[in-house]
Design a protein around this ligand. Structure first.
Ligand SMILES: Cc1cc2nc3c(=O)[nH]c(=O)nc-3n(C[C@H](O)[C@H](O)[C@H](O)COP(=O)(O)OP(=O)(O)OC[C@H]3O[C@@H](n4cnc5c(N)ncnc54)[C@H](O)[C@@H]3O)c2cc1C
Length: 408
């Protein structure tokens, strides 16, 4: 039997979203999950699923049934010959590194943290940085999906190409993913180097560094007008760490600058993010990244000088998942942040206007005000996605108020 809680209150990680579902259910098997979805759909109850609740949008909010896959975690199989690992969709990314390493495998790339669930990260096209590297959804080569009818579909690019391209990034709107098969790399170590330099110097050398580094990114720290840079490169050596004297750095910079070190990739990628914030991020065409960044900096210096949270600048390779913000477009992603308990609406609205001018596509899990009318113009396969959605969820079982606004 699945664990259920009646009339709970649910909050996301940042604390800017809360919901009052009728029930939160934690199924212990795929069969239980399918039965719960089928029953809810038949009685007209809306169903949403939550991973780690790290999205800033009300993606998981529902007044119906909220499912969590916390009891459906772990590696099902991992094969170093094929490079494929099949994992339960509720598995947290931080629980994946060790078991993958045991099979001599690793994820090709990861984002800033490793607290997300596999399915949550896939469903919003979560990404790291690296001009030649695509988002996590692009590493998916197969999915098991429970539909509103309670059917379990096994989909991949060969057996169901259209459904698969839709399901790779689907914000939980097609059904519940129960397992994902990921294409991995042989386990590898990364050398991490972080440093601070004047913003102008960072922009001058940006193209060269992006081209020369597997993962390059920087945070522009507004108060000091400094770029906190991070470069990660694969290396063959054993793990090591050199302590560094960080005493000359401001408290803000010390969050981004650390010791030089080498370790397994899954230990190098994630940082700790303990202060609660809200975030907006758009993917803009790669060539427009520097100009967009300069405009945001000028806006913040002139109109929003009180905002102290850094702006993150990353690169992302093009892919072919229909709803990926990097769909058929080499991209730069730029994210702005503010403490969750400080005013952010006017600041975010001003920056969003800049992103829109660059034909930016918002991160599905982060704050934005775009609606279906905007998306149809930004995503060439938007209507094809809606057709797959209509086929898999004809009664709108998986649609909440937010999805209604963005899907139309
Ligand atoms: C501190 C912090 C750091 C972050 N860093 C990055 C980063 O570096 N890069 C980046 O791209 N993003 C980043 N994000 C955003 C984050 O990766 C996404 O919002 C991601 O979706 C969160 O994963 P989650 O498991 O918490 O998903 P949730 O927020 O719980 O859910 C996200 C979506 O996935 C759906 N979903 C969850 N499980 C399933 C399932 N089993 N089947 C179908 N749909 C499902 C949900 O319904 C929802 O629509 C960050 C967020 C925070 C708070």
């Amino acid at each position: 039997m699945s664990n259920t809680i009646d009339n709970p209150v649910w909050n996301n990680w940042a604390g800017n979203i809360s919901a009052a579902p009728q029930q939160i259910a934690r199924p212990g098997s795929e069969e239980e999950l399918a039965a719960l979805v089928q029953k809810a759909a038949q009685s007209g109850q809306s169903v949403r699923v939550v991973g780690s609740g790290h999205s800033f949008q009300p993606l998981c909010a529902t007044d119906g049934l909220l499912l969590t896959l916390d009891d459906l975690q772990g590696v099902v199989s991992a094969d170093s010959t094929s490079g494929l690992a099949t994992v339960w969709a509720g598995t947290k990314l931080h629980a994946l590194g060790g078991p993958l390493l045991a099979a001599d495998l690793a994820l090709e790339n990861m984002g800033d943290i490793d607290r997300q669930s596999v399915a949550g990260a896939i469903s919003t096209a979560t990404h790291g940085t690296g001009a030649a590297l695509r988002n996590l959804s692009s590493q998916v080569v197969g999915l098991r999906l429970v539909t509103a009818a309670g059917d379990v579909l096994e989909i991949d690019g060969d057996s169901a190409p259209a459904t698969f391209k839709a399901a790779q990034v689907s914000i939980g709107s097609l059904g519940i993913i129960t397992q994902a098969t990921l294409a991995c790399l042989p386990a590898y170590r990364l050398h991490e180097r972080t440093w601070a330099e004047p913003f102008a110097e960072c922009m001058e050398r940006l193209d060269e560094r992006i081209a020369a580094t597997r993962h390059f990114e920087f945070f522009w720290v507004p108060g000091e007008d400094v770029a906190a840079c991070k470069a990660l490169q694969p290396v063959e050596t054993e793990s090591w760490q050199v302590p560094e004297d960080l005493s000359g750095l401001s408290e803000r910079l010390r969050r981004y600058i650390g010791p030089e070190r080498v370790d397994w990739s899954y230990r190098i990628f994630p940082s700790e993010r303990n202060n609660r914030f809200v975030e907006m991020e758009f993917a803009v065409p790669a060539a427009a990244g520097p100009a967009c960044m300069q405009e945001i900096r000028a806006l913040m210096q002139e109109k929003h000088p009180a905002v102290q949270w850094p702006v993150e600048y990353r690169t992302l390779a093009a892919d072919d998942s229909w709803l990926s913000p990097a769909y058929q477009r080499e991209s730069v992603t730029i994210s702005i942040h503010q403490a969750v308990d400080l005013p952010y609406a006017a600041f975010f609205a001003d920056v969003e206007a800049i992103f829109r001018n660059y034909r930016g596509r918002p991160h599905w899990g982060k704050l934005h005000s775009l609606t279906a009318a905007d998306f149809v113009a930004l995503y060439p396969r938007w209507n094809d996605f809606l057709a797959v959605r209509q086929e898999l969820d004809p009664t709108g079982c998986f649609v909440n108020e937010h999805l209604q606004r963005i899907l139309g």
